[in-house]
Design a protein around this ligand. Sequence first.
Ligand SMILES: Nc1ncnc2c1ncn2[C@@H]1O[C@H](COP(=O)(O)OP(=O)(O)O)[C@@H](O)[C@H]1O
Ligand SMILES: [Mg+2]
Length: 261
Amino acid sequence: MIRFDDVTVRYPNGTVGLDSIDLEIPDGQFVVVVGLSGAGKSTLVRTINGLVPVTSGSLEVSGQRVDGASKKSLRQLRGKIGMIFQSFNLVTRTSVLNNVLVGRLHATPTLYSLIGHHRREDVEIAFQSLERVGIVEKAYVRASQLSGGQQQRVAIARALAQEPTVILADEPVASLDPPTANMVMRDLQRINRELGITTVVNLHFLDLARNYADRIIGMRAGAIVFDGTAAEADDAVFTSIYGRSLTADDMLPAEAAPASE
Ligand SMILES: Nc1ncnc2c1ncn2[C@@H]1O[C@H](COP(=O)(O)OP(=O)(O)O)[C@@H](O)[C@H]1O
Ligand SMILES: [Mg+2]
């Protein structure tokens, strides 16, 4: 469970990133956060793994307090939280397998990581993670050789290799074409259902949010202005979240071509 209790985030320059957030996300839920650019979506997910400090209020993840946590407990917490970014954040000059093994580092004794030794159990977990996203055959390929969709799947495999309790994805499909965006959303949804990993995804496109979310959170100016099911989130709701009429840019263009791996 992730629990925000009256959480406010004020950045050093005075900008309010989050404004008195009260939010409970039960274990295993698939939550999509929507809102205009600047609404606070990234700030929300970054507070969950302690990347952005909470200014006031309290925040708990899996029974562990995040606000005011020691460096050591923050490190432990981050070890259990997989992060996925718009830009994939892979080391593109090395192999897919090495990238996924990065997900094992938090669980690797320092000596092994110093000498670059990978334990057999870690390599096994890395291969299982690649299997789960369907690209195990790319294990020894350089990450730079892969398409955007494949790179995002490697990033998902790296997150899975952490054996996380929570996955946070900050606009994971923003740089992908529509068929690939759907493919990555399906992967995230399937992993959530198969493994029960609590998943929070920030998205811009309304139709993707409606198609994949168990629950949609709408944000505006750092506050939660909608919290409901995908079925409840009709166009009028989105218009109120966005504070303006919907435009074509708010929808993912129709899925025209078959998934372009
Ligand atoms: N590091 C930062 N320093 C100051 N202000 C920031 C910083 N990061 C984000 N903000 C501000 O906080 C607000 C929320 O931003 P953000 O969480 O990035 O929104 P979103 O992800 O929905 O686009 C915006 O006004 C943004 O300009
Ligand atoms: Mg953002």
